[in-house]
Design a protein around this ligand. Structure first.
Ligand SMILES: [Mg+2]
Ligand SMILES: [Zn+2]
Length: 163
């Protein structure tokens, strides 16, 4: 079977508005509509879209898995209405102050590696768009090209880097 290519996406500051810290309430989960069009184009070019997010606020008890599930469902449903499939949302629910060092929290690359194995992905043809250095590092550790944007910057600004 031919390998697939992916654009991995950080969540906060890429798909929804960066709030300065973990998004704890569904009311503060504001989806950035300016990315519908570029992500639709990437999907049409054959890229799978997979979300990779640190949610250490879970370890801190700032919000529950249930609330996070509602946010992620809202994200997937809103994109689905636009004809865009977010294939999977991988999140790390650990935080070093509570759980010690885990392998999944970015800049760790385990969430990406899981996806790469599960969906038969060619890492060398894949990308990771994030608004933090740790996103780029996680991507590079998994053999994926990292693309750093500003928080809430439209993905259309970096489309020429995705070949
Ligand atoms: Mg972010
Ligand atoms: Zn983790």
């Amino acid at each position: 079977m031919e390998k697939q290519k992916v654009v991995f996406l950080d969540r906060d500051g890429v798909l929804n508005k960066e709030m300065g810290d973990y998004v704890c309430r569904l009311e503060d989960f504001i989806i950035l509509e300016h990315n519908f069009e570029p992500l639709k184009k990437l999907q049409e070019r054959g890229f799978l879209l997979i979300v990779i997010t640190n949610q250490g606020g879970l370890a801190k008890g700032w919000y529950s898995e249930k609330t996070l599930g509602k946010m992620n469902k809202a994200l997937k449903d809103t994109y689905a209405e636009q004809g865009i499939e977010l294939i999977e949302v991988y999140y790390c629910n650990h935080h070093p102050e509570y759980n010690g060092k885990c392998l999944c929290r970015k800049p760790g690359s385990m969430m990406l590696e899981k996806a790469i194995g599960r969906f038969n992905i060619d890492a060398s043809k894949s990308y990771f768009i994030g608004d933090r250095e740790r996103d780029v590092l996680a991507g590079e550790a998994a053999g994926v090209k990292g693309i750093l944007i500003e928080s809430d910057q439209p993905i259309s600004d970096v489309m020429e880097q995705i070949t």
